[in-house]
Design a protein around this ligand. Structure first.
Ligand code: PHE
Length: 445
């Protein structure tokens, strides 16, 4: 089998492409709205800096040294109890589960690109009706666009690391950055920009419930693509000698910058032309289109550009959500890339149909438990539980299981004096923080 590797810039763009996704542009703004702004943003930023960055390095290290699918990498790097540690690699399953709703949301975005070309809703109420119509009754529309997302992702995956994943990121990532920059510069010229700044950065601690705290930590993992082996799998195809620390820095920087830029821009538009920070997943699908309407023709152009950028962000992440399991079946079961891509794609395509049904009138009643429907449950279980748990396993693995000499030999040249604080953070800060999150999730405090 021919081994292909990312070029250096290809790796950074692919890893950043994985990180920058619906999490940054769709989820971050709406959960920030939901949990009241500033304080939530601060917890998120601190988690990214103190925990996210260290785990990103740990994940890259395991992939870089393991050179194989995640399961094999864990197995080979564990000095003993190999058959136990290999389970650390099965976190890739979380990616497939995330795709079960991610692909459906990418489908909504495709639909919005098409409809924004011709018309925008003239009020929030109308926008809400349109969105709800799609959600509650639009089975075929959602199914159609979800299928397109499945086809694109599967096609890219079957083309492999160089011809598929690197290529799509080399094109879509710069395009995304250009589109967002243009729109952000425009937002900066509006009066409401300062209100948006205040909403995002002036913390109101009374709004920080323990649920907000867990969501912020969970989101930091989700947005950096940590804890499920996406970054690890990409790192396995890194060119030898790539500076891991530099690469991780760029990924964390781009991901955070894009989330902040998207949030500031959207809240500016919502203050200026709309109804203020909306709460809930409808933010970009309901409040935003209504705000774009108020801008006139420019609004139409912006709406299309915005949804195109969002689709680009979503697709590059989607590919990375599925690749770990594709790589797993190639390495462990000698499947062809085509077979592995089609099988994994087929899985999220089929189960994705349940996600669509869970919003649909007549079906959603059967797919809702304890106030959360199937979609919410999959989102919650993956982002709040599986990814932090995966991150914890990686931190413990690099911090305590791999021989320190091996970790040091690879990381010291890149990290220098920062090696000791990084190692400390992996061994003590991350596990303690994750433990608190877990206790909180179990309702213990
Ligand atoms: N980071 C992606 C986003 O923000 C989602 C993702 C999570 C991708 C985990 C890969 C792995 O949308």
């Amino acid at each position: 089998m021919k081994i292909t590797r990312f070029s250096r810039i290809g790796f950074i763009l692919a890893a950043a492409g994985s990180a920058v996704g619906l999490g940054n542009i769709w989820k971050f703004p709406y959960i920030t709205g939901e949990y009241g702004g500033g304080a939530f943003v601060l917890v998120y930023l601190l988690t990214v800096l103190l925990i996210g960055f260290s785990i990103m390095l740990a994940e890259m290290l395991i992939g870089y040294l393991g050179r194989k699918d995640t399961v094999t990498s864990f197995e080979e790097l564990a000095p003993k109890h190999k058959s136990l540690w290999k389970f650390g690699g099965f976190q890739g399953i979380a990616g497939l589960l995330i795709m079960v709703f991610y692909s459906v949301v990418i489908g909504w975005i495709f639909n919005y690109i098409v409809t924004s070309l011709t018309s925008l809703p003239s009020s929030v109420k109308e926008a809400e009706e349109t969105f709800n119509l799609m959600l509650h009754t639009g089975f075929y529309t959602q199914f159609f666009y979800h299928t397109i997302a499945f086809l694109v992702v599967t096609y890219v995956l079957h083309k492999g690391i160089k011809g598929g994943i690197e290529k799509i990121n080399l094109i879509l990532m710069p395009a995304l950055i250009i589109i967002l920059s243009v729109m952000f510069i425009y937002a900066m010229t509006l009066d409401s920009f300062s209100r948006s700044l205040e909403f995002m950065f002036a913390p109101d601690w009374s709004k920080l419930s323990s649920e907000a705290f867990v969501t912020a930590v969970g989101h930091a993992f989700f947005t950096l693509s940590l804890g499920m082996g996406a970054i690890m799998t990409y790192a396995a195809s890194m060119e030898k000698g790539t500076n891991i620390v530099k690469a991780a820095f760029w990924v964390v920087f781009l991901d955070t910058a894009i989330a902040i830029v998207a949030g500031l821009m959207l809240f500016t538009f919502l203050y200026q032309y709309g109804s203020g920070p909306a709460k809930g997943p409808g933010l970009v699908f309901i409040s935003l289109p209504a705000a774009f309407y108020e801008m006139g023709v420019l609004g139409n152009i912006f709406a299309v550009l915005f949804f195109v950028a969002l689709a680009f962000a979503g697709l590059t992440s989607a590919v990375s959500l599925v690749e770990p399991m594709v790589q797993y079946f190639i390495d462990r079961f000698s499947w062809s890339r085509l077979k592995a891509s089609v099988m994994m794609g087929g899985f999220f395509w089929l189960v994705g149909i349940i996600t669509i049904l869970s919003g649909l009138d007549g079906a959603k009643e059967f797919l809702t438990w304890g106030g959360k429907n199937f979609f919410d449950w999959v989102d919650y279980i993956t982002a709040a539980i599986m990814l932090p748990l995966g991150g914890l396993i990686m931190a413990v693995f690099v911090g305590f299981i791999m021989p320190k000499s091996q970790v040091e030999a690879t990381m010291q040249p890149f990290l220098g004096w920062a090696f000791a604080p990084w190692y400390f953070s992996l061994r003590y800060i991350t596990p303690v923080a994750m433990f608190i999150v877990m206790l909180n999730l179990m309702g213990i405090f």
